[in-house]
Ligand binder design. Structure first.
Ligand SMILES: Cc1cc2nc3c(=O)[nH]c(=O)nc-3n(C[C@H](O)[C@H](O)[C@H](O)COP(=O)(O)O)c2cc1C
Length: 345
């Protein structure tokens, strides 16, 4: 049904409007997805799909990647719709409108998306208030929520650490884990923060801010990197993550290695490199970092290949847009049945 709706309706609507329609549907109608679950129309992953990673129990391996629910509006619906966990954001310290429209395009020939959104979001304070409301209910507390934070556009690079720390301090209490995003291509200079010298103070400040805000709990901290990093830069970030005792790495964001126009490309064209980056981190970290594999996963075989390369968890965005919630729920169920693996971290 979803693929019919996508091909015949959503696909003909401006990509950003279709996205907004989707978020509103998940935000307003979570009970529809819950009913779908209880009737078995949306498959339940079952206990075999669960895995323990970073001291958290994930009900399945496959979660929603950052960028779709930037302001944490639709967490309950997205979780009921099939995702084992939901990463909200990217949230910046201050609210910002993002880049001028149009800023999101479908790349139908490769089942991809291209975007230059530029972190349009309501800012850390507003998102914190929404997450507080979510966490006030038992159902809202039960969903595993990652919070992805980024730099406010107008903040100068030399003030980046303070800017990230503000978001971490404001949002940590509501986050099952935090992700420092230094890899989106649509904020000028952001990806330069992936260099070890720039990244170190950001990660140190964010860790300290999260500890200070939530002294009673260790909030796992990850960094999200770009597929366009050279191998030696992937190694350098991995070494820094190990040195600073980070909990993990999210690999990868969208790629700018394409000639389709402005913005970052997602979906199948990213897959090969994203999987290689996952493999590289896994080989270097040998179990000391959790790896969230993301980039072009659009089939069961892709998902298995990322897990075989060393990913502990998976995320997707683009395939969800093309295939819909039922497909994601089925993927979580199938991976659970296949692996029977419960994870070690
Ligand atoms: C429209 C769009 C917006 C995105 N926004 C963000 C974002 O705000 N923060 C982020 O870390 N990643 C963002 N991403 C990247 C995704 O989280 C993911 O890393 C990337 O799309 C690769 O996964 P996929 O091929 O399954 O889509 C965005 C992706 C898309 C398509």
């Amino acid at each position: 049904m979803y693929s019919f709706l996508y091909r015949h309706v959503l696909c003909h609507v401006d990509a950003e409007k279709a996205h907004r329609f989707g978020v509103v549907a998940f935000a307003r109608l979570p009970f529809v997805f819950r009913v779908g679950r209880s009737l078995g129309i949306i498959p339940n992953p079952g206990p075999a799909a669960a895995r323990e990673v970073m001291g958290l129990r994930f009900p399945g391996a496959v979660g929603l990647a950052a960028g779709m629910d930037k302001n944490a509006e639709a967490v309950l619906g997205l979780a009921a719709g099939g995702f084992a966990f939901v990463e909200i954001g990217t949230v910046t310290a201050r609210p910002q409108p993002g880049n001028p429209k149009p800023r999101s395009w479908r790349e139908l020939d490769v089942h991809g998306l291209r975007n230059q959104m530029g972190f349009n979001n309501e800012g850390a304070d507003a998102v914190a208030r929404r997450l507080a409301r979510l966490r006030a209910s038992a159902r809202g507390r039960a969903v595993l929520v990652g919070v992805n934070i980024g730099k406010t556009k107008v903040t100068a690079p030399e003030d980046a650490a303070t800017d990230y720390a503000y978001s971490a301090r404001t949002l940590a209490a509501y986050a099952d884990y935090l992700v420092v995003n230094v890899s989106s291509p649509n904020t000028p200079g952001l990806r330069d923060l992936q260099s070890v010298d720039a990244l170190r103070p950001i990660l140190e400040h964010v860790r300290a801010a999260a500890n200070e805000a939530v002294p009673e709990r260790h909030v796992p901290l990850l960094v999200k990197i770009a597929p366009d990093l050279a191998d030696e830069d992937v190694d350098a970030v991995t070494d820094l993550a190990l040195e600073l005792h980070l909990d993990g790495i999210v690999a990868t964001n969208t790629t700018i290695s394409h000639d389709r126009g402005p913005g970052g490309l997602s979906g199948p064209p990213v897959r090969e490199r994203a999987q290689a980056v996952v493999g590289r981190i896994a080989a270097r970290a040998s179990g000391r970092l959790a790896i969230v594999g993301v980039g072009g996963i659009s089939s069961e075989d892709d998902a298995k290949a990322f897990l075989d390369a060393g990913a502990d968890l998976l995320q997707l965005y683009t395939a969800f847009v093309y295939e819909g919630p039922r497909w994601v729920a089925k993927l979580n169920q199938t991976l659970g049945k296949l692996s029977g693996k419960s994870g070690t971290r």
